[in-house]
Design a protein around this ligand. Structure first.
Ligand code: C2O
Ligand code: CU
Ligand code: CU
Length: 469
């Protein structure tokens, strides 16, 4: 076979094998063309494996209209390509580092073996010019994401993040699907990236929020939708510090999934709250007239509890087109799946205090009295179940994130959650007491937990635990 024929065959096979986005084609042609992030190419022709090549490299992109910025990217794009695979498949990702500094990839929320977690305890950093292959089975359907786990405030802040969608082929159809990676970036007047440590200690302590808000790497993009035709939005907060509180005026929606796949029954609410690292999936049905433009609003989540939030800002727009000739699907009201409760009858409780203190005259953040470098990992055993009581003695919100294992929220200040679901990230407000249940399944090794305001993790709010075989 000639080289060109072989090349064409490879393209054909990869196109034939990449999992399709679920659609019933009820939306207008090109409905998501202005907003969707490009999909990753699966280069493995076998049914059991999805293989994706990611090249971490600098690229010039126009993020703020009219100016070019040199950003840090996977495959030249921000966000990186959307990786889609199915539960039960193996994912192989070949990472090549063409950045000016070492990097790794962490698979946020995914139950990987400890050696694939992308943290400094899991692997040696991938040096510039080097390649590293991540390979693991996909155990749980849901909306996940990937990002570096060394120098993460700088690297994530510069554009390194992307979505990982794990589909459950048995799941029902909720609407035409759109993945929304929410992030922000700090740019100087000339369009260059602000320094990762801009603002010094204040930047670390408060957590740097970018001045340009991005939806799939774009400023105020537009998605089209037919009146009353449902869409399924998979939303990921990939910002280094910003908490989103989204309002969809004129749109009926229910939340159907959280961090780790479908929740037990659909939830209604007046806004979608997403702290850094968290995900939410909603099924929505836009009302209104053909031609109407609905701005999705970003409300100030007031994570500093100032009591005087900033005014809402439009984040992206839903443009309504003529209703579908088909009968629209109603928003789901029935139960979505059974989420078995973790049995906590024998479980000991461990207190996790998110706190601040002064160290050599400088304010630092920590967990249980210690900054990251002062703390010693604690031990748990495979098959243990524990209740962790998360508390926050600082005056600001902190999104607590656990690596490797999901948790279930038992209660927040004694109040049980409205839905049962699998989570890996949860915002803990000042003086809150949130009890979560964790079952450590058979994946021994060193794991971490931290505040997902990445500047806070760097300032000491990160700790480790060891799951013993
Ligand atoms: Cu998404 Cu340790 O992080
Ligand atoms: Cu993580
Ligand atoms: Cu924090």
């Amino acid at each position: 076979m000639t080289r060109i024929a072989l090349f064409l065959l490879t393209i054909f096979l990869s196109a034939a094998c990449s999992p399709g986005v679920p659609t019933d084609t009820s939306q207008p042609p090109g409905w998501d063309a202005q907003i969707a992030a490009p999909a990753a190419v699966d280069v493995d022709p076998s049914e059991g494996t999805v293989e994706v090549h990611l090249e971490a490299k600098l690229a010039q992109l126009e993020l703020r209209p009219g100016v070019t910025t040199t950003v840090w990217t996977y495959n030249g794009q921000v966000p990186g390509p959307v990786i889609r695979a199915k539960k039960g498949q193996r994912l192989r990702v070949v990472l090549t580092n063409h950045l000016p500094e070492p990097t790794t990839i962490h698979w946020h929320g995914v139950r990987v073996p400890a050696s694939m977690d992308g943290t400094p305890s899991a692997q040696a950093p991938v040096m510039p010019g080097e390649t590293f292959t991540y390979s693991f089975m996909l155990l749980d359907a849901g909306t996940y994401w990937y990002h570096p786990h060394i120098s993460s405030p700088g690297q994530v802040g510069a554009g390194l993040y992307g979505a990982l969608i794990i589909e459950d082929p048995g799941e029902r159809f909720f609407g035409d699907e759109l993945v929304l990676v929410l992030s922000d970036i700090s740019l100087e007047d000339d369009g260059s990236l602000s320094a990762p440590d801009a603002g010094g200690w204040f930047g670390d302590y408060f957590g740097r929020e970018g001045d340009v808000k991005l939806v799939n790497g774009r400023v105020r993009p537009v998605v089209q939708g037919r009146v009353r035709q449902p869409q399924r939005w998979r939303m990921i907060n990939a910002s280094r510090s910003r908490v989103y509180k989204l309002q969809l005026p004129g749109v009926s929606w229910v939340r159907i999934a959280g961090d780790g796949g479908l929740i037990d029954r659909p939830q209604t609410g007046s806004f979608v709250l997403l702290s850094p690292g968290e995900r939410a999936e909603i099924m929505l049905s836009p009302g209104g007239e053909e031609g109407a433009r609905i701005d999705v609003l970003s409300l100030d989540a007031d994570r500093f509890h100032t009591g005087t939030p900033m005014p809402p800002e439009p984040l992206f727009t839903l443009a309504l087109t003529a209703p579908s000739p088909k009968e629209p699907l109603p928003l789901i009201t029935e139960p979505l799946r059974t989420v078995e409760a973790i049995d906590t009858t024998q479980a000991p409780t461990r207190t996790i205090e998110l706190m601040e203190k002064s160290l050599d005259g400088v304010g630092v953040l920590g967990i249980n009295g210690k900054t990251t470098s002062e703390s010693e990992p604690f031990d748990v055993k495979v098959n243990d179940t524990e209740v962790w009581e998360l508390t926050n003695t600082t005056p600001y919100d902190h999104p607590f994130h656990l690596h490797g294992f999901f948790f279930q929220v038992l209660d927040s200040d004694g109040v049980p959650p409205a839905a049962r679901e699998w989570k890996d990230t949860i915002i803990v407000g000042p003086k809150k007491h949130i009890r979560v249940a964790i079952h450590f399944d058979d994946r021994p090794g060193m794991w971490m937990f931290h505040c997902h305001i990445l500047d806070h993790a760097d300032l000491g709010m990160m700790a480790m635990f060891h799951v013993l075989p």
